[in-house]
Design a protein around this ligand. Structure first.
Ligand SMILES: CC(C)(COP(=O)(O)OP(=O)(O)OC[C@H]1O[C@@H](n2cnc3c(N)ncnc32)[C@H](O)[C@@H]1OP(=O)(O)O)[C@@H](O)C(=O)NCCC(=O)NCCS
Length: 178
């Protein structure tokens, strides 16, 4: 198999079952207790910014994006990102992150944050969020709170506890004028 056999596309409802299996395989039952999972319980992810990698008609990797809010700040939260074991270390994870960031930028999203390993995400454009600036609804290692700024100054606006944007007092995107 070569990378030419891998196709990337926006996520669709038909992929849901396979994505659930990939995340179960990658993160195990502990995934339900994670801070990011708790936030994702607050509302839906944004399919228009979420992508899958396909091989032989099957989903082999997935990245999801969920709109979040923290204080005055708005962002997309990247995750889960998972690649089937047989397809790891081929650049598929990196490619999915790049696609999600590009889509977020095109959509006018101000920033993308995540809970993850800096050695992996740092080279992909993420930097640590200053300690104490934001918190998560469950305990996390603060060194793993990372952000990719799209609109200058947008990460600074994030403050306090991160929650799903649907639960924020001010909606994430201003309504289109009638
Ligand atoms: C992490 C994951 C998404 C990476 O996807 P992938 O397609 O295998 O990774 P890529 O091919 O894009 O990148 C591979 C490189 O990243 C490195 N890497 C993988 N996971 C890493 C991690 N957690 N920390 C640092 N580096 C990591 C690999 O060693 C490799 O380095 P190299 O290019 O110097 O050889 C994948 O391993 C996975 O699904 N893991 C289980 C779920 C998970 O941990 N998701 C991330 C949540 S934060």
């Amino acid at each position: 198999m070569t990378l030419a056999d891998v196709a990337y596309m926006p996520e669709a409802p038909v992929h849901d079952l396979e994505i659930d299996e990939i995340n179960a395989e990658a993160f195990g039952p502990g995934r339900f207790t994670r801070a990011a999972y708790k936030i994702r319980e607050g509302g839906p992810h944004d399919r228009s910014l979420s992508f899958v990698a396909m091989h032989g008609g099957q989903v082999i990797a997935s990245v999801r994006m969920t709109p979040v809010a923290a204080g005055e700040g708005r962002a997309q939260m990247l995750g889960p990102l998972a690649v089937r074991p047989d397809f790891k270390n081929m650049g598929i994870g990196r490619k999915l992150v790049a696609m999600a960031l590009a889509a977020a930028s095109r959509a006018g999203e101000p920033a993308v944050l995540l809970v993850g390993d800096e050695p992996y995400y740092g080279p992909l454009g993420f930097a640590r969020i200053p300690r104490g600036q934001i918190s998560m609804p469950r305990p996390v290692d603060l060194n793993r709170l990372l952000a990719h700024e799209i609109v200058p100054g947008s990460v600074e606006l994030l403050s306090g506890e991160v929650g799903h944007a649907a639960l924020a007092k001010v909606p994430q995107r201003a309504a289109e004028p009638a």
